[in-house]
Design a protein around this ligand. Structure first.
Ligand code: NAD
Length: 257
């Protein structure tokens, strides 16, 4: 059964030129970064802090930054995993353009995918910005400032609120990235969702849009998702082995031509 699934996936990928790969936290668990909802995941221990609460109190901002710096400890040491490398290979072979990612860890870039092929709809956790004037601040600076002042950082230029360049619950989605992701979804000839519970909206609306556009949807995830009923193919298995087998099968198909 599993081999048949890989065969079908290889056939879909081989025939695609404008596939969209849509990734969630699950592609990075093999790199040691906990996902959102799996048992023991970071967020089962700490509830996310909504954007409104972040804005409303300096104490909440300090706590949000403290948690962010804890997560960053694991992200900072992480290397791209087999899933990231396989997706990079699919991009390099001309099957996939672009990647829409919910992840903030920057590992698709680190696996060698060109920056312009990656749409980060939930932002990027490798730097911070001032919410008033937009000035970029480095995370190391935030860490040092918090250690020295025991308070949440303020912008060095205008004194505004400094926040990681990620999208929090309740925060507006980035307009350009959402427009790019919509356009890529409408243009896609295949849509592959990898490592996402597909519960976070509006992000999970992209695979729904793809199927409304009659684009075949493939879901690769350890556990079932609420969108499985819409998918042409669902593979409930570990991402690294699935993607490694996919590459081997594609290579075999090319050798036979
Ligand atoms: P999620 O945690 O809701 O879902 C992840 C899914 O991946 C789960 O269904 C889990 O079963 C599956 N999974 C985990 N490891 C797997 C593996 N090795 N093989 C196969 N399946 C595996 O994640 P989501 O849908 O991305 O939503 C969470 C939100 O939190 C996103 O918005 C994301 O921005 C953010 N987040 C990002 C990171 C990151 O950047 N690495 C980490 C945690 C959370």
């Amino acid at each position: 059964m599993f081999d048949q699934d890989i065969e079908e996936l290889a056939s879909l990928v081989q025939n695609s030129r404008r596939a969209v790969v849509f990734t969630g936290a699950g592609i990075s668990t093999e790199c040691g970064i906990p996902d959102f909802r799996s048992p023991g995941g970071f967020w089962t221990q700490y509830k996310p802090i909504p954007f409104r609460d972040f804005l409303s109190s300096a104490e909440t901002r300090f706590e949000a930054w403290r948690r962010f710096l804890m997560i960053r400890e694991s992200i900072g040491n992480a290397e791209p995993g087999p899933g990231h490398h396989a997706v990079a290979e699919l991009v390099a072979r001309g099957h996939v353009a672009p990647i829409i990612t919910q992840n903030i860890d920057g590992l698709h870039q680190r696996a060698g995918v060109p920056h312009q092929q990656i749409i980060e709809i939930h932002g990027n956790g490798t730097y911070a910005t001032c919410l008033s004037c937009g000035l970029r601040h480095e995370i190391d600076w935030v860490k040092e400032t918090m250690a020295a002042t025991a308070s949440a950082p303020a912008c060095v230029t205008c004194g505004g609120i400094v926040k990681s360049a990620t999208i929090s619950f309740g925060q507006a989605m980035p307009e350009q990235q959402m427009a790019d992701a919509r356009a890529a979804t409408f243009n896609a000839d295949l849509f592959i969702a990898i490592g996402s519970s597909l519960q976070v909206f509006p992000a999970a609306g992209f695979p729904v849009t793809a199927t409304r556009n009659r684009t075949p949807l493939v879901i690769i995830n350890r556990e079932p998702t609420g969108l499985d009923g819409l998918a042409r193919l669902v593979i409930n298995a570990e991402i690294g082995p699935v993607m490694t087998k996919l590459l081997a099968r594609l290579a075999g198909r090319e050798a036979n031509h």
